[in-house]
Design a protein around this ligand. Structure first.
Ligand code: FES
Length: 153
């Protein structure tokens, strides 16, 4: 089957029941999304399909219908996405394991709501767990990213 990942067409030989995460990591060599829980409960594997965040560990690759964006494809022309930039400026990551998923959920949130409230952030990010407890910095970084986006940075 053919997947479109970060703008590239990638042909893979996969059982349609294989989770998308496996197909991305093991067959397509796209290593940004992480395996956390395997039951769509932690968010580490979050990718976008046509702009919608999904848990790739629980989505059969045969059901994918749309363009896949992973954190690997977020920066364009060598320039970080504003959410990535804000993450760096706020020094969000601790161990880092959850952060690719956190960032992908934050990108989807800001695509939907330009200036999210704390409640908006909690609602959008509640499914992304962080064992290191970086939640306050995630919230700060989302607000910084919103400002960067508004400023066109
Ligand atoms: Fe360690 Fe979130 S930074 S799990």
């Amino acid at each position: 089957m053919r997947l479109t990942v970060n703008g590239n067409a990638i042909d893979i030989d996969a059982d349609p029941d294989m989770p998308l995460l496996w197909a991305l990591r093991d067959l397509a060599g796209v290593l940004g999304p992480k395996f956390g829980c395997g039951i769509a409960a932690c968010g580490a594997c979050t990718v976008h399909i046509d702009g919608t965040p999904v848990r790739s560990c629980a989505l059969p690759v045969g059901e994918v219908d749309g363009d896949i964006l992973t954190i690997d494809g977020l920066a364009t022309d060598g320039k970080l996405h504003p959410v990535q930039q804000a993450w760096l400026e706020e020094q969000v990551a601790q161990c880092g394991y959850c952060q690719a998923g956190q960032i992908m959920s934050a990108v989807a949130l800001l695509d939907e709501i330009a200036n999210p409230t704390d409640e908006d952030i909690d609602n959008a990010m509640g499914g992304n767990l962080c064992r290191c407890g970086t939640y306050p910095r995630i919230r700060s970084a989302i607000k910084r990213a919103a400002a960067l986006k508004t400023a066109g940075i």
